[in-house]
Design a protein around this ligand. Structure first.
Ligand code: GDP
Length: 194
């Protein structure tokens, strides 16, 4: 069975996106870190399952050891399912992502999103950066170029469009770029099977 996994820190709009994709309602605006277990749903137009993994990274009000356990669980889940995972979608807040990443970059620190990106790639899982909340971003091209840069993707971002970078506005149901990128990896995977 093919599977697409969704990752992202809390408040990036993961629940909103899941609602758009699946038509189900999710507990948006609820307590951060509430989703602790992987949840599986059918991705309507295509024949695969989408798995919502718990939010990682900083969650106010959630103790450090709980956050560590969540991260360990995510890593274990990805390792165990690597063979059937078609793509990993890392959801970012387009307005905040670069600042957050830069704040957590240092000699002894790697930002969670960047770490997860590298980990997925190590497991051979293609990654799509779903850059959400683009309605709040004025300098669209600059912002998307900066995001590419932080994840080690050579700018300009346009060359990753439809494959690794998908600007979206989940709140308005504007997720065509993400669907396109996921479909790209679906077809790549089918080709590899031949
Ligand atoms: P989660 O914690 O990642 O599941 O995030 P939610 O789906 O609960 O969304 C967090 C907040 O971001 C909510 O207030 C949403 O309405 C808002 N949000 C989600 N998607 C968008 C978007 O595309 N644009 C804007 N401006 N806000 C969004």
């Amino acid at each position: 069975d093919s599977e697409v996994v969704l990752l992202g820190r809390s408040n990036v709009g993961k629940s909103t996106l899941m609602r758009e994709i699946t038509g189900h309602r999710f507990d948006t605006g609820g307590k951060p870190g509430v989703t602790r277990k992987p949840n599986h749903y059918d991705w309507a137009p295509e024949d695969f399952v989408i798995t919502d993994l718990p939010g990682f990274g900083f969650m106010s009000g959630v103790p450090d050891e709980v956050q560590e356990r969540i991260k360990t669980d995510i890593v274990r889940y990805l390792e165990e399912h690597a063979d059937s995972i078609l793509a990993g979608v890392i959801v970012l807040d387009g307005k905040a992502a670069v600042d957050i990443i830069d704040r957590h970059s240092g000699p002894d620190e790697i930002p969670h999103a960047v770490e997860m990106y590298g980990f997925l790639r190590e497991l051979g899982i293609p990654v799509v950066l779903a850059v959400n909340k683009m309605d709040k971003v004025d300098d669209r091209d600059d912002r998307l170029n900066d995001i590419c840069d932080r994840f080690g993707l050579l700018p300009p971002w346009k060359q990753w469009e439809g494959e690794s970078v998908a600007p979206i506005v989940a709140k308005k149901g504007n997720i065509g770029a993400l669907n396109e990128a996921v479909r790209f990896h679906l077809h790549e995977a089918k080709r590899d099977d031949l």
